[in-house]
Design a protein around this ligand. Structure first.
Ligand SMILES: [Zn+2]
Length: 313
């Protein structure tokens, strides 16, 4: 349990600070994921401490929660966390199982509705061609996690947007222990444009919809990355810096608005680190990516197509 507390504290504290030192506005979701729910003794204790972390600044949703093997324990803790989301008036990010995907997704939505959480407040993740129609029909957000080789590939994503349009569809990516590509979102956006998908649909699915969905939390605002606070790398987090092999020179980075005046492209990405989302601001060619994560399918980012949706870069 101590490790779990360290982990949650790290997500809302150190990681947020560390990201900020490099111009990244960090957001995350916090939750007991479905695989961890199967360790019931641990899960009970985690549920007890969750509210403390859910209410921290930058936490945009309870998540990811849901079913993996669809066990009784997973059901119990999914329901408990839906109740928590309702009580705290928070959004929910749902992980859908990779086995029995269709029935697991249906069940995830049934239980969310049963627990009184409004579909518009729930992002259903890891969709595919089999699940998208029902998720959209029922008013939930339909997110797709793009992997380089398996599960949802970006070619398939292009066809989904061609067929279903862009309303409530979100493209996200993974960056984890396994083979994954945190640049999947801009790459998919690029591919969509190349395949003739309208730029409005590309921007909505790869940027705007994620902002609209998670923006409901009040925690995530475009203003954060369009007009970021200046970076002061002299600042310490509980006495610690993020410097390695260098002295604290007190160099204050130029703020991003100055960079914009230099016509340097600013884009943003949103990544997730074990259920934790991070926004990554990147400037021009020196793109900064927070990628390394510990678990499959939990990392994702959204790419600003205003920056990335043009050819000849
Ligand atoms: Zn997941």
């Amino acid at each position: 349990m101590g490790s779990y507390i360290d982990y949650l504290s790290g997500l809302v504290g150190w990681e947020r600070f560390r990201a900020a030192q490099f111009g990244i506005h960090h957001y995350c979701t916090i939750g007991l994921n479905s695989k961890e729910a199967n360790n019931e003794a641990l899960a009970e204790q985690v549920i007890e401490v969750l509210p403390r972390y859910l209410l921290k600044e930058g936490v945009v949703a309870v998540g990811e929660i849901g079913y993996d093997d669809q066990t009784a324990a997973e059901d119990k803790f999914y329901r408990a966390q839906l109740a928590l989301a309702k009580e705290l008036d928070m959004l929910v990010l749902v992980h859908t199982p990779h086995r029995d995907k269709k029935s697991g997704t249906t069940r995830s939505m049934d239980v969310a509705v049963e627990m009184g959480v409004a579909p518009a407040r729930v992002i259903i993740d890891h969709n595919n061609e089999e699940t998208v129609q029902e998720v959209l029909d029922r008013g939930f957000w339909s997110a797709f996690t793009i992997y380089p080789h398996t599960k949802m590939g970006n070619e398939r994503m292009v066809e989904i947007v061609r067929r279903y349009g862009s309303e409530r569809i979100i493209v996200d990516s993974s960056a984890d222990w396994g083979v994954s590509d945190p640049l999947s979102v801009p790459k998919t956006a690029r591919l969509m444009l190349d395949r003739g998908i309208r730029s409005e649909d590309v921007e909505a699915t790869c940027y705007g919809n994620a902002l609209a969905a998670y923006g409901q939390s009040g925690q995530m605002q475009e203003e954060h990355w369009l007009n970021p606070a200046p970076i002061d790398q002299r600042v310490l987090f509980e006495g610690n810096s993020v410097l390695r092999g260098q002295s604290a020179r007190g160099r204050v980075a130029r703020d991003c608005s100055a960079r914009r005046r230099d016509r340097v492209r600013v884009s943003w990405q949103l990544a997730a680190l074990r259920g934790c989302k991070k926004t990554v601001a990147s400037e021009g060619r020196s793109r900064c990516i927070l990628g390394a994560t510990r678990d499959p399918e939990r990392s994702r980012f959204f790419h600003n197509l205003r920056a990335g949706g043009r050819k000849g870069r």
